[in-house]
Design a protein around this ligand. Structure first.
Ligand code: SF4
Ligand code: SF4
Length: 244
């Protein structure tokens, strides 16, 4: 009988404890947010500057150099160009990025000389078909951009180029390498043990060589910040255009 009553009391206590926790949530500020329509500000605007969201291409400053296409490790980018014989002007016929494949690694935007291809902070790319995730930036054949030696004076293109260069300088350029530490020479503490000393010296040499080589290797992408005077535009389609 005592056990029976004890079980009833334990069950009632357990229910009361559970319900007290449940009721306490009626008076707490909710932690959840009702995305996307009841946010005080857009989530995109709260993301950090270097966030790698959906890719965008400013065709106004695309030189057609194909550096982005070559840099993409999984062939997301497709660019077709042809050259007009009379004017020697390169025309962009296609600039597609398959965002269904894209892994947002940023490798394509790093070598872009003008910052034409760049990440945005936009991330809502859901769609109903894979085909619609292929973003086609060229709506009609568009002449490629030719950098001017004297600087851009077109009031429409100048701010776009300014944004692109800022992007390349601040976002797409690799951070500066830390100065290499000097390796202190080993102290002589007695007769050298050849079997031990030889591998040690070799490892110090290799480390020093690697440290020297590192800044040179990392400095290479900085070249991309400079705008090339003449775009490299040899593609299959352009070659075919010349034959015709
Ligand atoms: S972000 Fe990476 S995967 Fe996507 S297009 Fe650029 S290089 Fe290719
Ligand atoms: S200018 Fe930039 S976006 Fe245009 S083809 Fe070259 S790397 Fe790609």
């Amino acid at each position: 009988m005592t056990t029976y009553v004890g079980n009833i009391v334990a069950a009632a206590t357990s229910i009361f404890e559970g319900m007290s926790i449940t009721f306490s949530h009626f008076f707490r500020t909710p932690y959840t947010v009702q995305y996307p329509d009841r946010m005080p500000i857009r989530v995109q605007d709260t993301l950090p500057y270097r966030y790698r969201g959906l890719l965008e291409v400013d065709l106004e400053i695309c030189t057609g150099c194909l550096a982005c296409l070559r840099a993409c490790p999984i062939d997301c980018i497709r660019i077709d160009t042809h050259k007009v014989k009379e004017t020697k002007q390169t025309i962009l016929d296609r600039f597609d990025i398959d965002l269904a494949k894209c892994m947002y690694c940023g490798l394509c935007s790093e070598p872009c000389p003008t910052g034409s291809i760049h990440h945005t902070r936009e991330f809502e790319g859901a769609d109903y078909s894979l085909e619609s995730l292929v973003h086609r930036f060229v709506k009609e054949p568009t002449p490629t951009y030719k950098p001017k030696k004297t600087g851009e004076d077109d009031p429409v293109i100048a701010p776009i180029l300014e944004r692109g260069k800022r992007y390349v300088g601040e976002f797409a350029t690799a951070p500066k390498a830390a100065p290499a530490k000097k390796v202190a020479p080993a102290k002589k503490t007695g007769p050298p043990d050849k079997a031990v000393a030889a591998p040690k010296a070799a490892s110090v040499d290799k480390g020093t060589a690697d440290a020297k080589a590192a800044p040179a290797a990392r400095a290479a992408p900085a070249k991309s910040a400079a705008v090339p005077e003449k775009p490299e535009t040899v593609t299959e389609s352009s070659a075919e255009g010349e034959k015709e």
